[in-house]
Write a protein of this length. Structure first.
Length: 253
């Protein structure tokens, strides 16, 4: 039995003191692969260094919507040059975030369109961050969809209808620690949506699942998410691990 953490920022400063031990715990918890979404230009070096030491941790390339500012075109241009130097497993973390600041909403939307173009040009998936912006994100995905665009709605926390809308656009749902929260609201989605549309994630170091809620999240906590899905869907832990691992491997192949 193996798990794949489809979204973890294990290169972030929160892990600088114990990253090797943290990764050892992940492997002991049967986490076979970790996918690392990039944040901005500054986060690239740490991500690449970690990937070089641990090739089972895979780099994605993108610009997080909370890091989209007035100079976003220049930043995206510099990021895009990396496609000439090496391959990436996906684009991300891209998307829209209206929760923290709406100053650069038009820029966020255009940055998302540009990164959808990267995913289509390089035939790799895109990992989407959407907070208080699902409908706008979905609209841009529909606009950009040419039959080849695919990816993950990361940290999905919407309704059954929104889940189906994402699936209809050839996207998977990233399910993490929120699914274990008492008021997380995801049980109706987990009951309604077939497991073939779900991948597991931690979003480390954020959103640790129950019973670790409030602590720094890490990939070794992924089985808590899998266990919650198994309980809600009346499946075995092995079934959840097998199907979600296959979903992630097929997407990032």
């Amino acid at each position: 039995m193996h798990y794949i953490d489809s979204h973890a920022h294990v290169f972030s400063p929160e892990f600088s003191q114990d990253v090797e031990e943290m990764l050892q715990r992940a492997q002991a918890a049967q986490v076979a692969e970790i996918y690392m979404p990039n944040i901005d230009l500054a986060s690239l070096e740490a991500m690449f260094q970690l990937e070089q030491r641990h090739p089972w941790c895979h780099s994605l390339l993108g610009l997080h919507p909370c890091h989209v500012f007035q100079d976003y075109r220049e930043v995206l241009s510099q990021l895009e040059q990396w496609f000439e130097k090496r391959t990436f497993k996906g684009v991300g973390e891209a998307g829209l975030d209206y929760y923290w600041d709406k100053t650069f909403v038009p820029e966020q939307q255009e940055a998302l369109r540009i990164q959808c173009g990267w995913a289509k040009n390089h035939q790799i998936p895109i990992v989407l961050h959407t907070r208080d912006a699902f409908q706008d994100t979905l609209q841009i995905i529909k606009e950009q969809q040419d039959g080849s665009l695919r990816g993950i709605f990361h940290c999905f926390s919407g309704t059954v209808e929104e889940a189906q809308a994402a699936i209809d656009q050839n996207f998977l749902l990233g399910i993490g620690g929120v699914s274990t929260f008492k008021n997380g609201g995801l049980e109706p989605v987990l009951r309604a949506i077939d497991l073939k549309h779900i991948v597991l994630e931690t979003d480390s170091p954020y959103l640790a699942p129950v019973p670790k809620r409030g602590k720094r999240n890490e990939p070794s906590y992924l089985p808590f998410v899998a266990q919650k899905i198994a309980e809600v869907k009346s499946l075995t832990l092995d079934e959840v691990a097998e199907v979600t691992t296959a979903n992630a491997r097929n997407l990032f192949a």
